[in-house]
Design a protein around this ligand. Structure first.
Ligand code: GRF
Length: 209
């Protein structure tokens, strides 16, 4: 039974998708804890209501990024995670935290990486006149939004799209590919070589809306 810990900062719809697919599909895994840097995050309440252990660590109450990261690592370490999943966790994690969890730390980013790392991805894709946008699940490395890519989903950018309509379209795909990537990880179906991730069964690592 693999132990999954999820970190989030907000509503937690990706966490919900993972928890629900894990139960529906009977993975040999369990979400054992959900932690947030925002005590008021809606995702924490959702997890707690389902009997999942939660932890709220307000980053503003820590003297430095290093101090926050160290406390976060300590708290989630108590849950003994095999995998740490960033799901809308809006805090950059420092080198020490990333190195400590490297190879078992996943993130979802709402763009087709390596395009549009960082914030405001949908607005930037629209402003650049992109005809496609999407989401990427990747392993986390110390360089922000740059780790080995596990799976991507592509959606069209339609005439008249605004940030909201595009992000709604991408989010549907996030809920499709993130549980898939987590399942692959817990079932040992991923291999990373020279920064390239292969799905060992040959399952598609690209999804089209
Ligand atoms: C998602 O779009 C994710 O890609 C981004 O933040 C959003 C989080 O949404 N990093 P939710 O909290 O999972 O609903």
């Amino acid at each position: 039974m693999k132990r999954i810990v999820i970190l989030l900062s907000g509503r937690g719809s990706n966490m919900q998708a993972i928890v629900e697919r894990c139960a529906e599909e009977g993975w040999d895994a369990r979400v054992v804890g959900v932690a947030s840097n925002r005590p008021g995050a809606a995702g924490l309440a959702w997890a707690a209501a389902r009997g999942i252990a939660t932890a709220a660590l307000d980053h503003r109450e820590h003297a430095s990024r290093e101090a926050f990261d160290a406390e976060l690592a300590r708290v989630i370490g108590l849950w003994g995670p095999d995998l740490v999943v960033l799901a809308g966790f809006m805090r950059i994690l420092g080198n020490d935290f990333v190195r400590r969890h490297e190879g078992r730390l996943l993130n979802i980013h709402p763009s087709l990486l390596p395009a549009f790392s960082g914030l405001h991805t949908h607005r930037r894709a629209i402003e650049a006149g992109c005809k496609a946008a999407g989401a990427t699940v990747h392993f986390v490395t110390p360089e922000l939004d740059h780790g080995p890519i596990v799976v991507q989903a592509v959606v069209p950018v339609l005439p008249g799209d605004d940030e909201q309509s595009l992000s709604d379209r991408v989010l549907v795909q996030e809920h499709r590919i993130y549980p898939l990537a987590v399942r692959w990880f817990v079932e040992g179906r991923l291999r990373t070589e020279a920064g390239v991730v292969t799905q060992l069964d040959g399952a598609p690592q690209l999804y089209l809306a």
